[in-house]
Ligand binder design. Structure first.
Ligand code: MOS
Length: 736
């Protein structure tokens, strides 16, 4: 058969197969779904950060026009806790007691005939609180601290004595703020009960976990619940967990016995679907005079909600980033009265990389060494911990090609040494070693009598291009024209898929698609195994290949026949089979699994009088293994880099120190990069196919964001001589 390995390393950039649906408005996002007799839900959220509800008065709300129900902790009933998924357990179910843990906690849901009525009535609710002391600060000694929650802390060699004798040392503290995930598409849930059967249209990156969570919440079996999510209006990690509002939508629908739609408002998006937690990171690096790393100690502290969990390994990536004999990484989490943090594109690694790659820049200046040279000298050509060869690694090629395209060699080392008219010019760079992720996944494929194929899996496409690359893969692997292939997702009736996250879906779903295509060819060969009319009789998988809708012998392409001919002769309407990816076992193969690598180069121009920073160039050189669709992959890297500019220069959730109220919970006040903030972005893909899955991919969903903040901060230092270790780098920090 055609193996995916024969598809060109960098696949041509075809357009999104779902593009026309999106631009014509035919793509239905969760909030677009409407049903006869639909009712609308509006959330009421806590206006204090810690304490208890003493009394909640629903009289006026219930009397308001159109109101059908008001649900509070007093009448919600018991809701079960959802099970552990790939990212741990979902947040605890809502409205189970009168305890307030953070500002913006859902304390009631109002259901009415129209959205306007529900919203108006929700404002009539009055609540008496008993307020208790709220903890907002990562350094508050009263806050509970969790250590090494995921067992990812690393200890290699003997850090303390070797750090002490290192001839050159840097030590610094870096801080990053809360950032909101807030994709453009408002998160929405539409729930419809029919008896004890529940159908839910939901904004999610993980439909099967939403199903499991709702099953647990309502005590019904998973077979009774169907989650649908054909399109998502951006997500960036916010949809990885089944959040409490999803349960509330289903609860409201059950209560009024009608379909109910619950769409978060823009301010509610800041408190209800996770956010990148704030971090404080201490980092120490010791090196010899020639720049050889001797020891690294990296400790990351991030914020956590009071009764929830969130996987945010901030320092863990440092252990595998460089060839350094003595390394310790430690992660701590501090429980605060804040809305639950959650994954936001490259969770943990975006923040951890900022500290490590800035600290290396500081070390380079101390050594009077080029920052790129410092990284090359300490390149981890084998996996630093296991000593095993990487499954693939082209980071050196990233450095080389990125530096060439960027013209890094034109950089003069001294800060403030490069100018353009009145502007100070700075060049900065950073490296990225992203982790590997390839969870289990299944897919189902049918080949029909009309010669078309239909591949499906309960995965999602949050805008990354899953529809497109899975269509490409299926067409290639079955030897069909692309317009004969339909790929579908976003429905829990399809075979189970993991979360679309951790840059892992192309690896795991692609492998399942690959397996399903193999199973389909096996099924066709099985049908003709004793068929004297078939030139393929007695063939094994390794004897055949596919093209033009036809299976044929490898050694004699004339000997073959069309799928449709086989189906027709045997009186079959279709053949349908399932495929499941077999998770790779890199340790058994004696290799260290590699995610994507990247080298990021950023140029800034800084107005020395105003402190105004303009990003003028960005080059991202990426080793993502085989790139199935260069156009979409480059789009991922560029989108990530825009997020990186936001992280470096603009993004910060500002909360009131008294109440925890978010002061900038609108797109007018919370700044993200707009077109005028984003320069030309160049993306280069280097490297080769990775052996840990049949496509050779490594996933490029997150590597694009990581490293931009550090490269940009390093460029700002080069331009100005001012080291800003606290994100975002705003002009007040630069001028003070
Ligand atoms: Mo990503 S934060 O794994 O959606």
């Amino acid at each position: 058969m055609t193996t995916a390995q024969t598809i060109p390393l960098i696949g041509p950039g075809i357009d999104r197969v779902d593009g026309p649906l999106k631009v014509t408005g035919a793509a239905h996002y969760p909030s677009d779904f409407s049903f006869p007799n639909l009712a609308y839900a509006a959330l009421v959220q806590s206006t204090i950060a810690a304490g208890y509800i003493r009394h909640i008065d629903t009289t006026a709300t219930l009397a308001a026009p159109g109101v059908l129900a008001v649900i509070t902790h007093e009448n919600a009933g018991q809701l079960g806790q959802g099970p552990v998924g790939n990212l741990g357990a979902p947040p605890p179910p809502p409205l189970q007691n009168n305890h307030i843990l953070h500002y913006g906690q859902h304390i009631a849901v109002v259901v009415a005939e129209t959205l306007e009525q529900a919203t108006a009535a929700s404002r009539l609710l009055t609540v008496d609180y008993d307020t208790t002391e709220a903890l907002f600060d990562l350094t508050n000694p009263k806050a509970e601290v969790l250590t090494n929650q995921w067992g990812l802390d690393k200890q290699r060699g003997d850090v303390a004595p070797n750090m002490a004798i290192a001839p050159v040392r840097v030590e610094a503290t870096y801080t990053t703020p809360d950032e909101t995930t807030n994709p453009l598409g408002l998160f929405s849930t539409v729930a419809i009960w029919s008896g004890d059967t529940l159908t839910v249209h939901d904004t999610t990156q993980y439909p099967v976990h939403v199903r499991a969570t709702l099953a647990a919440a309502f005590g019904v079996s998973e077979e009774k619940i169907r989650i649908l999510v054909p399109f998502v209006g951006g997500s960036f990690g916010a949809g990885l967990r089944p959040w409490p509002h999803v349960i509330l939508a289903a609860l409201a629908a059950k209560r009024v016995n009608r379909p109910v739609k619950l769409t978060l408002t823009r301010p509610q998006m800041f408190t209800s679907i996770g956010h990148r937690p704030s971090t404080v990171q201490h980092i120490k690096i010791g090196a010899s005079n020639d720049g050889t790393l001797i020891a690294i100690a990296h400790e990351g502290t991030s914020s956590l909600g009071m009764e929830d969990n969130n996987i945010e390994p901030v320092s863990a990536g440092t252990a595998a980033a460089y060839a350094c004999p003595h390394v310790s990484t430690r992660d701590r989490q501090v429980r605060l009265n804040i809305p639950s943090p959650g994954s936001m594109r490259a969770p943990g690694e975006a923040e951890g990389n900022f500290a490590l790659e800035c600290a290396l820049d500081e070390l380079a200046y101390k050594l009077k060494m080029d920052p790129l040279e410092l990284r090359l000298r300490n390149d981890a050509q084998i996996h630093p911990k296991s000593g095993l060869p990487w499954s693939s690694r082209a980071l050196r090629e990233c450095y080389k090609q990125g530096a060439e395209l960027f013209n890094w060699s034109l950089r003069t080392p001294a800060p403030r040494s490069m100018r353009d008219r009145n502007f100070l010019v700075g060049y900065g760079m950073a490296a990225v070693s992203y982790h590997w992720y390839q969870p289990p996944c299944q897919a189902r494929v049918s080949l029909f009598r009309d010669g078309t194929a239909y591949m499906r899996s309960a995965a999602t496409d949050i805008g990354t291009g899953t529809y497109t690359v899975m269509t490409q893969l299926t067409a290639e692997l079955l030897g069909l024209p692309r317009d004969h292939v339909r790929f579908d997702l976003g429905d829990t009736e399809m075979p189970p898929a993991p979360n679309q996250g951790g840059s892992g879906l192309v690896n795991s779903l692609g492998s399942a698609v690959h397996a399903a295509c193999q199973q389909l060819l096996l099924a066709f060969l099985d049908v003709v195994s004793h068929d004297i009319a078939s030139p393929l009789r007695g063939c094994h998988l390794e004897d055949v290949t596919v093209s033009g809708g036809r299976l044929h012998r490898k050694n004699d392409p004339i000997q073959g026949e069309k799928y449709t001919a086989i189906l027709a002769r045997h009186g079959l309407d279709e053949l349908t089979v399932d495929g499941e990816n077999t998770p790779a076992q890199p340790q058994k193969m004696g290799i260290a699994p590699a995610g994507a690598f990247g080298a990021k180069f950023v140029e800034v121009r800084v107005d020395p009088d105003l402190g105004l920073i303009r990003v003028t160039r960005v080059v991202s050189a990426i080793d993502g293994g085989r790139i199935l669709n260069e156009k979409l992959a480059a789009s991922q890297i560029i989108g990530g880099a825009v997020g990186g500019i936001g992280m470096a220069l603009l993004e910060e959730v500002v909360s009131d120190a008294e109440t925890g109220r978010i002061a900038n919970a609108t797109f007018g006040d919370y700044l993200v990069p707009v077109n005028a903030d984003v320069p030309r972005m160049d993306v280069i893909f280097v490297g080769e196919s990775d052996p840990l899955n049949p496509m050779g991919t490594k996933g490029v969903g997150e590597v694009g964001l990581v490293g931009i903040a550090a490269a940009l901060a390093n460029a700002v230092y080069h331009a100005t001589g001012k080291r800003i270790r606290d994100l975002p780098i705003t002009l007040d920090k630069l001028l003070s």
